[in-house]
Design a protein around this ligand. Structure first.
Ligand SMILES: Cc1cc2nc3c(=O)[nH]c(=O)nc-3n(C[C@H](O)[C@H](O)[C@H](O)COP(=O)(O)OP(=O)(O)OC[C@H]3O[C@@H](n4cnc5c(N)ncnc54)[C@H](O)[C@@H]3O)c2cc1C
Length: 469
């Protein structure tokens, strides 16, 4: 074992393998499960950001609408209780990804993203939602020189679509964040930043209940069928007759066997340090407290928490059969390489930092890396999901458009390509698992070993995935 691997294991010795966001808040009481048959105008399945935003906006649009939300476990069980929670203005996983997937619609999607963030902020203020929001912006950094062309392209795109963005050279970025491996950055300074996702998701639950949503936790959707002029959904103890169903089950792809043909449950991992002392904060700078991510496919992302811990994430993994069970990542071993990346990023802290929390979370990945819609039962049941790594605020937009599709309301968004088309198929098992393992290995060893890895990565790119060499 190398010295830095041993050092990482020591730093992970007292770590709690659970999400910091919920652990630090402590448990809250679940809403009782559904115990008897019921009916409703709209059933939302899934209590993450997408489901909660769907239920809230449905009530805001029509307070008389009878809305039920069921969650298999507790609200925030999924990705929404586990992200880095860097808020992006983009609703399509970044301005560069928008240009990749919908080059003709970038201006409109960027406008919609800005409108979404303004609506997000207005809702936070209207309902007095306490969630440690910091509007420090989002910053994409180049590790070494390889990412500099991407950082330049992003900067040009940001300016083209009216963002307040600056391009920082090596000295500029290191004046912001003292990391020797950052060689340049683009910092978009408005309508983005960071949020406490645990507080946000629990506050959205409060708002949903206040607006009259009937919310049942520990109530998994088991199966559904078309029945009369609606849909019958079975849960363990009772059935629901719903006129419409919004499936917000993200990486679980629950609701229909076909959903996972286009959605893969990729796992991403995060470590969080103990709070930094004043002296340690001076060693890292970071006065503007930006949300940061780099340009690589196996990227790292990082942010500060309100009490000045560093949250540091990355290291994708895939488990056979779209497995979303977080029990797989409850030991130090899966986090060692992530901690080694932390040491490379902040060598000035390597000898003195310990990690309080480490966890993994399921990302609903599609070839487009952005929300899409799958329609079932003649369009009365819609799956909205696949936000990939950027869904904390984009899910508000995704749910709003999902509701319009269910209601067959003609709004400009429902006529756009992102709502009319679906992402490419992802191969089924066992090819999905084998392909994922080879891809992760190729990405991890590409730089040192090259060879067949580049050919493989090009093939995966041809399948529609935006991975970079
Ligand atoms: C490690 C990590 C880091 C991330 N970092 C960021 C970031 O920095 N910025 C950002 O914007 N996004 C980030 N994301 C992505 C973001 O968290 C997600 O896009 C977003 O939370 C998706 O919300 P959702 O409601 O669609 O899914 P989820 O929060 O996963 O909710 C789905 C819910 O459906 C429930 N469910 C599943 N099956 C059933 C069933 N049969 N019946 C009833 N309920 C069911 C699950 O229990 C779950 O609660 C990150 C994600 C991860 C995992």
């Amino acid at each position: 074992m190398t010295d830095s691997a041993q050092q990482a294991l020591t730093a992970l010795a007292d770590t709690r393998f659970t999400t910091y966001w919920l652990d630090s808040l402590g448990p809250i009481e679940d809403q009782p499960p559904l115990g008897e048959d019921t009916d409703c105008d709209l059933l939302v399945v899934g209590g993450g950001f997408c489901g909660l935003w769907g239920a809230i906006q449905a009530k805001q649009q029509d307070p008389a609408r009878d809305v039920v939300l069921i969650e298999a476990k507790s609200v925030a069980n999924g990705a929404s209780g586990r992200p880095a929670a860097i808020m992006s203005t983009s609703v399509m996983h970044g301005i560069d990804n928008t240009e990749r997937i919908f080059p003709d619609d970038v201006a409109e999607l960027e406008r919609l993203g800005q409108e979404n963030m303004d609506g997000f902020r207005a809702t936070i203020e209207e309902f007095g939602i306490d969630c440690d929001i910091e509007w420090g912006g989002e910053m994409k950094v180049s590790i070494g020189d390889e990412g500099l062309p991407t950082v330049d392209e992003d900067h040009a795109l940001y300016l083209k679509y009216g963002h307040d963005a600056v391009r920082l050279d090596r000295d500029g970025v290191q004046a912001e964040i003292h990391s020797p491996i950052f060689h340049g950055a683009t910092w978009s300074r408005q309508r983005s930043g960071t949020v406490h996702p645990g507080k946000l998701v629990r506050e959205l639950k409060r708002v949903a209940l206040e607006l009259g949503v009937r919310l049942y936790e520990n109530t998994p959707h088991l199966r559904n069928s078309k029945s009369g002029n609606g849909i019958r959904v079975e849960t363990p103890r009772a059935g629901i007759a719903a006129r419409k169903v919004l499936l917000a089950t993200n990486a679980w792809a629950a609701g229909h066997a076909h959903i996972s043909r286009r959605v893969a449950a990729i796992r991403d991992r995060i470590v969080v340090t103990e709070p930094l002392t004043e002296a340690q904060m001076q060693k890292v700078g970071w006065q503007h407290r930006q949300g940061i991510y780099d340009t690589r496919t196996q990227l790292n992302y990082m942010r500060l928490t309100a009490d000045n811990r560093i949250l540091f994430g990355g290291r994708l993994g895939y488990f056979y059969g779209n497995n979303t069970d977080p029990a797989h990542d409850k030991t130090p071993a899966p986090y060692v390489r992530l901690v080694q990346s932390f040491y490379r990023t902040f060598p000035q802290l390597a000898d003195e930092i310990r990690f309080s929390h480490a966890w993994s979370g399921p990302i609903g990945l599609t070839t487009r890396m952005a929300v899409h819609y799958q329609k079932y039962h003649d369009g009365d049941m819609v799956f909205a999901g696949g936000y990939s790594g950027f869904g904390v605020t984009a899910s508000r937009f995704g749910a709003r458009v999902g509701l319009a599709l269910l209601d067959r309301r003609d709004i400009p968004e429902t006529g756009m390509q992102f709502a009319l088309t679906v992402p490419d198929y992802i191969p089924p098992e066992p090819f999905r698992w084998i392909g994922a393992q080879i891809t992760m290995y190729a990405l991890d060893t590409l730089d040192e070993k090259g060879g067949w890895r580049k050919l493989w990565v090009r093939m995966v790119q041809k399948m529609g995935f935006p991975i970079t060499l």
